[in-house]
Design a protein around this ligand. Sequence first.
Ligand SMILES: [Cu+2]
Length: 135
Amino acid sequence: MKTKKLVKSSLIVLIVAALGGATSFASDSSPSKTSAKAEAKKEQAQHITVTNKLVDGKKTWLPADINVKVGQKVELELVNTLPDPHGFNVPGLAENIVVSGNAKQIVSFTPTKKEKIKFNCQLHPAHVGGHVNVD
Ligand SMILES: [Cu+2]
């Protein structure tokens, strides 16, 4: 008689636990929806690869014209294909960067005004640079 009663009450406990579990599972989906919305709002950066290589025997950063926009975040991927370290300097935007030999480095900035800025390798005056054109 006593044993039967115990079995009955533990069955009720199990059912309640199962229902409670189902309820909390259903309410789980809303927080992930919120974070997806925040993700979409994130600003998308303009990605430009700038490569350092030998052109007609001269160490050169290419492209010579890097075209960007006011207020748009820029992500420059500086790729040095030469064995020695080289510099990359854009006054006011990305200053005195040094990229190791056979390595790459990412530099980010957001231009705030229209201008044409000369860029060069601050380590070697003979190294061929170019311009960052902010439109
Ligand atoms: Cu250089």
